[in-house]
Design a protein around this ligand. Structure first.
Ligand code: BDR
Ligand code: CA
Length: 306
């Protein structure tokens, strides 16, 4: 059983990642921390709370964190995720409020309490993780593993060079990549191969209320679904990596996060040749797509039959 702490900004694909984690018996979600990202912190937190109840995640703490980037003006992606952050999915309003405290303290305290046991996955801007590392650098030692959806060595989506989670807080990303651990980077290079095609959607549709209220409206509001392509469920790749790293091919690399560029701040400049220092990341370069969907849809199936 892997203990998993998820720092996220739900977000359609964050929601689909939480559903994957929730439907995976080999994972124990020990906490969900939220960050302002796709939409503002109040909405990402509300969505996390609604998802905790809708996905029946029990008493998993949901703890809000940073509202915005360390230094920069706010960048949002409501044009992608809709004004609520969950696209066309409408979940019942959460009955319970967020847990007390701040995400940064929660991350530090949770990892301190169980060194080497808790895997940290981040699917939003890296503000909370950077602040946790600034407060307590041993977070990098205590984490069993650290996995992000973010970055890319081939392209951007916020702009041609920069992926959204990196664009939203480049300084935080730079701190996180330089923290002395090996960041498992699931970037656009692989996440843009995890597409909700018509075939995938057809496998989701029979999954009852989970499909009707969340999976299908969320996925279809996010992009056009065709036989060959559709929206990418980026963040689910981070959870899939935790479940089964063998789904991905990964290569060691040095990832430098650009923080000074006029057009490139947040770019993850990825050096597979390891020119000037040892690797600080394992970067995913390919994904076994069919097997990925088998894992994801099996988990959704389990969740739907609960
Ligand atoms: C990432 O950006 C966000 O919009 C998504 O939730 C995902 O985490 C993809 O670039
Ligand atoms: Ca996200």
């Amino acid at each position: 059983m892997t203990k998993l702490l998820i720092d996220c900004d739900p977000g359609i694909d964050d929601a689909l990642a939480l559903a994957l984690a929730g439907g995976s018996p080999s994972l124990e979600i020990v906490g969900i921390t939220t960050v302002g990202g796709n939409v503002d912190l109040a909405r990402t937190t509300r969505n996390a709370l609604a998802l905790r109840e809708f996905l029946r995640l029990g008493d998993v703490p949901v703890v809000p964190g940073s509202a915005g980037a360390l230094l920069r003006h706010t960048v949002r992606a409501a044009h992608v995720h809709g004004s609520t952050g969950l696209g066309d999915a409408v979940l019942p309003p959460p009955a319970r409020i967020a847990d007390a405290g701040h995400a940064v303290d929660f991350i530090v305290d949770t990892l301190r309490a169980a060194p080497g046991e808790v895997t940290l996955a981040a699917t939003g801007p890296l503000t909370n993780i950077a602040l946790a590392l600034r407060r307590e650098p041993r977070v990098a030692e205590w984490a069993r593993d650290f996995v992000i959806m973010g970055g890319s060595y081939t392209r951007g989506n916020h702009n041609p060079a920069v992926e959204f989670n990196m664009a939203a807080d480049p300084e935080a990303a730079s701190i996180v990549f330089d923290a002395g651990w090996t960041v498992k980077m699931l970037g656009l290079d692989v996440t843009l191969t995890a597409l909700v095609t018509r075939g995938v959607l057809d496998r989701m549709r029979p999954l009852g209320r989970l499909a009707a209220d969340l999976l299908v409206p969320a996925a279809t509001s996010y992009g056009v679904v065709t036989a060959e392509g559709g929206p990418a469920i980026h963040d689910a790749c981070a959870v899939a990596y935790v479940l089964d790293p063998s789904l991905f091919t990964c290569l060691p690399a040095v990832v430098h996060v650009e923080t000074a560029g006029r057009y490139t701040s947040g770019m993850t400049v990825t050096d597979f040749a390891l020119r000037d220092r040892p690797a600080n990341a394992l970067v995913a370069t390919s994904l076994e797509v069919d097997r990925f969907w088998d894992v994801v849809l099996e988990a959704y199936g389990r969740l739907a039959s609960r």
